[in-house]
Design a protein around this ligand. Sequence first.
Ligand SMILES: *[C@@H]1O[C@H](CO)[C@@H](O)[C@H](O)[C@H]1NC(C)=O
Ligand SMILES: *[C@@H]1O[C@H](CO)[C@@H](O)[C@H](O)[C@H]1NC(C)=O
Ligand SMILES: *[C@@H]1O[C@H](CO)[C@@H](O)[C@H](O)[C@H]1NC(C)=O
Length: 263
Amino acid sequence: YGRQTFLLTNITGAVCAESFLKGHPPQIPDVLENGQIQDRTRYKTICQTYKNQRRFFTLYDTANKIPVFSAYIFKGSKTGRPRNLVWMTEPNNDKKSQASDNDYKNNSGYDRGHLYPSSYGYSREDKNSTFTLTNIVPQARTFNQRSWSNMEQCVKRFMEKHCIDNNNQIKGFLVTGAEPGNKLLNEKINIPLKMWSAFCCYNSTKKKWFASAHWGDNVADTNDRCLNTNTLDKLYSKFSKGTTAFKLFPEELCPSDVSRFVS
Ligand SMILES: *[C@@H]1O[C@H](CO)[C@@H](O)[C@H](O)[C@H]1NC(C)=O
Ligand SMILES: *[C@@H]1O[C@H](CO)[C@@H](O)[C@H](O)[C@H]1NC(C)=O
Ligand SMILES: *[C@@H]1O[C@H](CO)[C@@H](O)[C@H](O)[C@H]1NC(C)=O
């Protein structure tokens, strides 16, 4: 990964490589290693397209019926959450390989937790495009609505202020994912054990790349629960498996040892 350039190879269809920093896909042990999907029957790449425009990338686990991660670019955001939402699914005939609207109805305290948050969409169409069940995991309600949501807002404010590229535009690269657990929602949808998120961006004033990471257990929040801001290194070592590294961004760009996150 480091010096080399791995692109997603041997995958049919558009891969939305523009959603990855310098086209580098993440490395998720046992799932996506060296740009290769390990089990192509199980894991599906989705170039999330809405109104004929590519919006973001999702790697979807058809066995667990939740995404592994979504990769997206923050470019600033207009206000407002879309109304009268219709939850979308992938337009294929294989209904058994993905979650359906009904699967989330009897939700036992789990929200539909976005990986790519609607609040990060630049346009109304971008926001709408996040409302697909392929971008959603069952997320403990108070976790979703408190500490995770606070984290999303803090990261967003940071990026609006500090992630300004050479064209004077806001631009931050993010990858957000879930670690599958061993419980099911409605005997069908995997309930993740943990959720994680990281961003990396360039600050053209300081000519520096910034990065930081957050994660949390997918359990109900206690009142004072707060997600600590961490370095990419800490995230990587937390989710690496054996000798296979977990990596989200090209390490020659994104500082992995310092959390340059100043709120
Ligand atoms: C967003 O989705 C809603 C519900 O499907 C639709 O009514 C609305 O027109 C969409 N907005 C945009 C800007 O695409
Ligand atoms: C809702 O979920 C609970 C717990 O998983 C289950 O016991 C119950 O039968 C479900 N109800 C319906 C209507 O599916
Ligand atoms: C990053 O860039 C912005 C705007 O160009 C500047 O105001 C800000 O202070 C910079 N942030 C850091 C942490 O250097």
